[in-house]
Ligand binder design. Structure first.
Ligand code: NAP
Length: 225
């Protein structure tokens, strides 16, 4: 990534670079070290956003889980105060993981990046975040491609003269969530940003909200990595 950024010639201020502290690096000192390595690997002098990738959970850490998350957060706060990270946040934290961190925090998490796609919307978590002014980012908003064959989404897309993917991106945005769509295909990347010239109706939003889908990633409470 660092090499790609250098070769692109794009000015740093025109990029938004996010990274996350991985599960093996939780805790105050380890997080500071992991961040140093990330910054030097990327060849950058600051990050725009840094997240705790997964909460330490009770299954793995018993009653020490919350303290471990707090210690990791304290390191994130320090890095933010030192100007090395513009924004700090969480990923895969549900309300019961986030609240103990927030109760000890000087800086409220700014972001929570969670699994979110049609049929799997984790409403409780989104409501909690939105109440607390935490921006929800949707990971795997296309369900890694699972949504592409939905007859409902296909019919809404046809009505708007848009693709299914554009409809899903628009739906995520209209729910107040930030879609993090991944594509390595230049034509798709262009297609995926072309979503600002149409709006889904309330009825269409309700129809999409009634879809059902399974979780595709790990459950933050039962994952053991
Ligand atoms: N925080 C976490 O724990 C976590 C976990 C998982 C993922 N994420 C992040 O979430 C982001 C997205 O997740 P994801 O990659 O799992 O799933 P996704 O964005 O839902 O789906 C990506 C798939 O959709 C395809 N696609 C993209 N645009 C398309 C289009 N216009 N038409 C047809 N197909 C299209 C991509 O193909 P091509 O690339 O081949 O074009 C790729 O196969 C990634 O940046 C990832 O790092 C975070």
């Amino acid at each position: 990534m660092g090499e790609g950024i250098k070769e692109s010639g794009i000015k740093r201020k025109n990029l938004f670079v996010t990274s996350k502290v991985w599960n093996t690096e939780r805790g105050y000192d380890k997080t500071l070290k992991a961040f140093d390595k990330t910054l030097s690997d990327l060849g950058l002098d600051y990050l725009d956003l840094y997240l705790i990738h997964w909460p330490a959970n009770e299954l793995q850490f018993g009653k020490d889980a919350n303290q471990l998350n707090v210690d990791t957060w304290k390191a994130m706060e320090r890095l933010h105060e030192e100007g090395l990270i513009r924004s700090i946040g969480l990923s895969n934290f549900m309300q019961h993981h986030a609240e103990p961190v927030m109760s000890k925090a000087n800086i409220c998490p700014m972001v929570d990046q969670i699994e979110y796609h049609p049929g799997f919307t984790q409403e409780d978590c989104v409501e909690f975040c939105q109440k607390n002014n935490i921006l929800v980012e949707a990971w795997s908003p296309l369900g890694r491609g699972n949504v592409l064959d939905s007859p409902l989404l296909k019919s809404i897309a046809t009505n708007h003269g848009k693709s299914v993917v554009q409809v899903v991106i628009r739906w995520v945005m209209q729910t107040g969530v930030l879609p993090l769509v991944k594509s390595v295909t230049p034509s798709r990347i262009k297609e995926n940003v072309d979503v600002f010239d149409f709006e889904l109706s309330q009825q269409e939003m309700l129809e999409i909200a009634s879809m059902k889908a399974d979780r595709i990633g790990a459950d933050p409470d039962t994952c053991d990595f």
